[in-house]
Write a protein that binds this ligand. Structure first.
Ligand code: SAM
Length: 371
């Protein structure tokens, strides 16, 4: 029987009603007298620091825990091209966020390297100033694109890789993609200077926990930072159960038993990964315990969906539409006001209040909102 986290969830809203409320909210904020840009803090005192931008809702993988094939099949209705924010629109919104405190931008998706000419977007974002500009990818197209991305101004890259065992990896990406090609992509990114390179491994019980130690052994000493992510209840299609989560503490114990670890301080307040280094030197590893040790209290991330909605939580049911304002020709000041109002009013803390019935809440899919 599934284990349950026994807390109450007070947020199961009616989706259409919430959408209408959010629309009215951004429109009212956009019409207010202009507030000067500057760093923002939300209703729980959390600063705005990171912006994740989903540049496409499509992916060339069908990872079983993210975009399962039986849902994301040939009948699935991905966003039509006209619904996507253009690069100019994305860069304009990103600038408004940077003016209000964002210092780190991550491109994601879907698979961001599938968006045609994504290098041009990277170039536009790199011009926004002194920001950490990075991208999360499944690595399939990275060998081909790493050097161009670096030339365009990308600073770092995170590659998702769930196993070094070819059969396990092919089963998890569910499109029979070989692990060797992702490793080629990682090498190409390192050679292009996209460093420090991070490797993310989602751990799902019964699927790839036996890959934890081989992954740790492989990346130790490479300079790449390996991070283990607990399988999360994002979206509504991945059949999440608490029993499938391998707790971060168990992952740390498994590695520590063979390769002793020492805890390392976070790089900055709000860093999602808990950091560890090997006692005898070598590179570090991290664990992202989004389920067993919720970090809502320090969450500083906003998300911009492929079609231009701002989400203030990965587990939200709906976002705040900025595309409407952009396409109506509203000024930067008006849209900036909307951004400020959304962040100032943010009170989400989903992971701290998740319950047994939350998997049934109509949350948006990670491929659309951006992982
Ligand atoms: N396609 C890109 C990639 O594979 O990295 C970017 C998008 S993907 C949604 C971003 C990250 O989210 C990946 O590392 C993926 O493994 C992770 N992810 C997706 N679904 C997840 C889930 N249910 N729990 C934990 N991590 C998940």
């Amino acid at each position: 029987m599934a284990t349950i986290i026994p807390l109450t969830d007070a947020r199961i809203p009616d989706a259409a009603e919430q959408r209408a409320r959010h629309d009215a909210f951004v429109r009212a904020a956009a019409s207010e007298a202009t507030a000067a840009p500057g760093p923002l803090v939300d209703a729980r005192g959390r600063p705005l620091h990171d912006l994740r931008i989903s540049v496409t809702d499509r992916c060339n993988f069908r990872c079983v825990y993210c975009m399962p094939k039986d849902v994301f099949d040939s009948d699935y209705r991905f966003l039509p091209h006209g619904d996507l924010l253009t690069f100019e629109e994305i860069a304009r919104v990103a600038k408004l966020f940077v003016d209000r405190g964002v210092a780190k931008i991550r491109l994601t998706g879907g698979e961001p390297l599938l968006r045609r000419n994504v290098e041009r977007l990277v170039e536009m974002l790199a011009r926004l100033g002194d920001i950490d500009l990075t991208l999360t990818t499944n690595g399939a197209l990275l060998a081909k694109k790493a050097a161009g991305l670096r030339d365009a101004g990308l600073t770092r890259v995170t590659v998702s890789l769930d196993s070094l065992d070819d059969a396990t990896f092919r089963a998890m990406n569910d499109v029979d993609f070989p692990v060797a090609k992702v490793l080629d992509g990682i090498d190409a990114a390192a050679a292009a200077g996209l460093a420090p390179l991070k490797v993310n491994m989602v751990v799902k019980r019964g699927m790839n926990e036996r890959s934890i130690l081989p992954m740790a052994r492989h990346f130790r000493g490479t300079g790449h930072i390996l991070r283990f992510i607990e399988f999360m209840d994002v979206g509504a299609t991945n059949g999440w159960r608490m029993d499938d989560v391998v707790p971060a503490a168990e992952i740390v114990r498994t590695i520590d038993a063979e390769m002793p670890l020492v805890a390392v301080d976070p790089n900055y307040a709000g860093e999602v990964a808990e950091r560890w280094r090997y006692r005898d030197g070598g590179s570090e590893v991290g664990v992202i315990a989004s389920v067993t040790q919720a970090f809502c209290r320090t969450c500083t991330r906003a998300r911009l969906s492929t079609d231009g909605k701002v989400y203030t939580c990965l587990f939200a049911t709906d976002g705040f539409d900025l595309r409407g304002l952009l396409r109506e020709g509203r000024s930067d000041a008006a849209i900036g006001n909307a951004v400020a109002a959304v962040w100032s009013g943010r009170a989400d803390r989903y992971s701290e209040v998740r319950t047994a019935n939350t998997p049934r809440v109509p949350k948006v899919e990670m491929s659309y909102i951006g992982g």
